[in-house]
Design a binder for this molecule. Structure first.
Ligand SMILES: NC(=O)CC[C@H](N)C(=O)O
Length: 445
């Protein structure tokens, strides 16, 4: 960051620069540096208690067994290439932070993990291109604490668009101003549920975008006296909110996915990448669906990726390969078993690790599924190799504890801290009913 940027921050009226991190509980947090003190902090960043990476989403003591106690600090060093004034809070700017210990990237830093996984992919000649596609609810809190949707409109309702026009416009403007390019918008099927998709980009930037997206949507809703929530399941009988992850693999500007004569229009490497994700799916879910509430969303017939399988344009499969109308092969696929309670750096990093394992070991996915797996008799599902996914976070945690590929990729200190946070959250929340989850978590995601 040079003096010009300091000057432009001053000119823009920025007083504080938030240095952001996204922790193992997927809370987005920041320490803010006053502009007048930037010279002192520019290189060394702000200090952070190591225990911060052991915090569950509820509570303020590090999880037991995280390996992170009250002693020890790391530096949160701004990645100045991500500096951006916040359009919705003009006196603040934000920059993403990297956790550094003794001058080296700290293994427990989620951004470090994704950077390393992207670098691993590069060694295989692959650039990972991704985008998170979020759904969220726009809600109001009544004086008695009751949470109600702010529209009652169905899927793609133009009336829903009219009702929410100002707020959606403001979100789109703010995202675009931060370089997160808005692609499509429509009201989703739940009352007050909306979806805004943003343009894909390289892996680290895609995870940064996910943080920016959540920050922006929540802040702008608040400005409009609304609550935006990404909590995976809010209303028992209405659609849940996913954060489907769209992926493609590139090399030197060329998309490596399409092969018109390959299975589902895909090249061998991309099919093996998918094979790796499905092979490690159960363990991945401890990262992609990290809270007990996540498992309420994953129901058959809800297009949420509740079955471990893949298919062409199949919205009930965990992996939907998206057909290309021009018949030139499939250019990307979507992983649906993921929600916005997931730390995007860890989730995308773990998916890359699983996919690379698939490529290295040429892991073939099972036969693609061309029907709704939820209506098949159990025997046929088994015959076709369509597995039920973990029904609880605890099952997913156990799968991750047993998954040497993902544990190795995470590195022992990150795996230890992450699993301890998941276990702590499981213990805290396992007996909560949905209304307690909503009360406690609505504002946190
Ligand atoms: N249109 C859709 O794909 C719906 C997605 C669904 N709401 C989910 O939970 O994932």
């Amino acid at each position: 960051m040079d003096r010009d940027i300091e000057a432009s921050l001053k000119k823009a009226g920025v007083q504080f620069i938030r240095v952001l991190w996204c922790d193992n509980g997927n809370a987005i947090r920041a320490k803010a540096i006053h502009r007048g003190m930037l010279a002192d902090y520019r290189e060394q960043g702000v200090s952070l208690a190591m225990a911060q990476q052991g915090m569950p989403i509820i509570g303020s003591t590090p999880a037991f067994g995280s390996g992170l106690g009250p002693v020890g600090e790391v530096q949160l060093i701004p990645d100045w290439s991500t500096l951006m004034a916040l359009p919705y809070t003009p006196s603040h700017a934000r920059v993403m932070g990297n956790m550094v210990k003794d001058g080296e990237p700290w293994p427990v830093c989620p951004r470090r993990f994704l950077r390393d996984m992207a670098a691993d992919a590069k060694l295989e000649g692959l650039e990972i291109i991704a985008s998170f596609e979020n759904e969220f609810y726009l809600l109001e809190r009544r004086e008695n604490g009751e949470i109600i949707p702010t529209d009652q409109t169905p899927y793609c309702s133009t009336y829903g668009m009219d009702i929410q026009q100002r707020i959606i416009d403001d979100i789109a403007t703010a995202l675009n101003e931060q370089g997160v390019l808005v692609e499509q918008y429509y009201p989703e099927s739940g009352p007050g549920q909306h979806e805004i998709s943003v343009l894909y980009t390289q892996a680290l930037a895609a995870a940064d975008q996910q943080v920016v997206f959540r920050e922006t949507v929540k802040a702008i809703a608040h400005y409009h006296h609304r609550i935006a929530s990404f909590l995976p399941k809010i209303f028992p009988d209405q659609a849940g909110s996913g954060a489907h992850l769209h992926l493609s693999l590139w090399h030197k500007g060329e998309n490596l996915l399409p092969n018109p004569s390959g299975l589902l229009g895909l090249s061998d490497r991309s099919r093996w990448f998918i094979g790796g994700i499905l092979h490690h799916h159960r363990a991945l879910m401890a990262i992609t669906n990290p809270i007990p509430n996540s498992y309420r969303r994953l129901q058959p017939h809800s297009w949420s990726g509740a079955f471990c399988c893949w298919g062409l344009d199949n919205k009930e499969a965990a992996i939907r390969v998206i057909s290309n109308p021009e018949g030139t092969g499939s250019s990307h696929f979507e992983f649906k078993t993921i929600d916005a309670a997931a730390n995007p750096y860890l989730a995308l990093g773990a998916i890359i690790a699983a996919g690379l394992d698939g490529i290295r070991n040429q892991l073939e996915p099972p036969e693609p599924v061309d029907c709704d797996p939820g209506i098949l008799p159990e025997e046929e599902r088994q015959h076709r190799g369509i597995q039920w996914l973990p029904a609880t976070l605890l099952e997913a945690i156990t799968a991750l504890q047993e998954n040497q590929v993902l544990l190795k990729a995470l590195s022992p200190p990150l795996a230890q801290a992450y699993l301890a946070v998941r276990q702590a959250e499981w213990e805290i929340m396992k007996d909560w009913d949905l209304s307690t989850e909503v009360k406690m978590l609505l504002d946190r995601y």
